[in-house]
Design a protein around this ligand. Sequence first.
Ligand SMILES: Nc1ncnc2c1ncn2[C@@H]1O[C@H](COP(=O)(O)OP(=O)(O)OP(=O)(O)O)[C@@H](O)[C@H]1O
Length: 290
Amino acid sequence: MSKSVTEGREEKNGFFHKLMHGLTGSVFEQDECECRVSLNDTRGVSISIKGLNKYFGDKHVLKDVNLEIEAGETFSIIGPSGTGKSVLLKHIVKLATPDSGEILINGHPLFTGNGRDELRDYRYSMVFQSSALFNSLTVGENVGLWLREKRICKEPKIREIISEKLRLVGLEGAESLRTSELSGGMKKRVAIARSLAMNPDLILYDEPTAELDPITTDELANTILRLKETTKNTTVIVTHDLNFALYISDRIAMMHDGRIVGVGTPAEIKASDDPIIRSFIYTTTKGINK
Ligand SMILES: Nc1ncnc2c1ncn2[C@@H]1O[C@H](COP(=O)(O)OP(=O)(O)OP(=O)(O)O)[C@@H](O)[C@H]1O
């Protein structure tokens, strides 16, 4: 078995497992000390991806990926299935390690060098396609999971944070609802509230509109846009939903066959004469334009 395949399994079983159940975290160690984490401010981080390559066995999945994401940006990575979008996302949160290349967070290397001190307080959180909520817990318990598990704050403060984050995603007062009884759109918003509980510097969404109908997708887009009015964090979204990306993003990168083939504002992407981007736009909108 090749090294990369083994690594892939380790990544899945280790960090991925932790993220699925802890859902938010820091790339580097944190003190266990209570209230060590300041939850009063949100900061955005810049992400600089340099010459990133990743193989799974013989398969070259990321091919010399270079990308600059600015602090505070809402940045979408679009492209057809199987082009490496999710694998790229996993590298940003250290769920995967590159075969070569580097990612810099606020100028500090994620994979090499001694970035531990500089990146000690870097907080990221990921909203998974499946929402990954615990059905046996209430909405409030899901949102407060990380805060309680890590004993970040005292209980009254945790309840205050839960209520605030639910209000931010339009679910004010929903604490005691059973998660299993929620619609797909509501689950997604609870998952976002849970991610927001730690005031992440970076929030990542993996295919947030998959499984959602167009109306719920629109509500989700508006929720994310509204959040950007109150938080400064950097938002990175992986999606094949072109319309969604055009609506909510400051900038968009188009990925094709493991490479970034174009980066620009929504207007620039729409006006692009790159044949791959044009073909993607044509394919995803041909019903509408018929
Ligand atoms: N752990 C892994 N082991 C082996 N191959 C993998 C692994 N993870 C991803 N791949 C492969 O890497 C390629 C890119 O996958 P990725 O999930 O990043 O695609 P994507 O662009 O996000 O598409 P989708 O929207 O369908 O998820 C695919 O061919 C996939 O099968």
